[in-house]
Design a protein around this ligand. Structure first.
Ligand code: ZN
Length: 147
């Protein structure tokens, strides 16, 4: 799939513009900052869990480039309603797609994530696309460690 594929560009743009998952969650169960020095992306990721430890709400804010912002928005959409174990699996699949060029096997509801696979042809931008996912991974590890 080419990066200049119009459909994929539209999906990325749509997520970049979306305000649905922006902002801070007060009393978040999990929160973490992610910084990407090569671009200057600086984001904060917030998660609120329900009583079954499923992600009730995920948001982000901060200052980041379009790819990083779109990717963080996709992340927030992707993990909402998921258990933390499921969220971890999505992180693995997403990183596999961008780092190891694995063919992603996302269910239909997560197919938007495939719109970012063209980024792997631009190593500098891969860091932008991965920032929120790396941050989520750290956040999940930290929570594991606290148990
Ligand atoms: Zn960036």
């Amino acid at each position: 799939m080419e990066w200049d594929d119009e459909l994929y560009q539209d999906i990325v743009l749509e997520h970049y513009k979306s305000k649905k998952n922006r902002g801070k969650i007060e009393n978040a169960d999990m929160e973490m900052e992610g910084f990407n020095p090569s671009c200057g992306d600086d984001i904060f990721l917030y998660m609120k869990l329900d009583e079954n430890e499923k992600v009730e709400k995920a948001t982000f804010d901060g200052s980041a480039c379009s790819i990083c912002t779109a990717s963080a928005d996709m992340l927030a959409e992707a993990v909402t309603g998921k258990t933390l174990a499921e969220a971890e699996e999505i992180v693995k699949a997403f990183k596999g797609m961008l780092i190891d060029s694995k063919d992603p096997e996302f269910p239909d509801e997560l197919s938007d994530l495939e719109a970012l696979q063209g980024v792997k042809n631009f190593p500098v931008r891969v860091k932008c696309a991965l920032l929120s996912w790396d941050t989520l991974e750290q956040m999940l590890k930290q929570r594991e460690g606290k148990k």
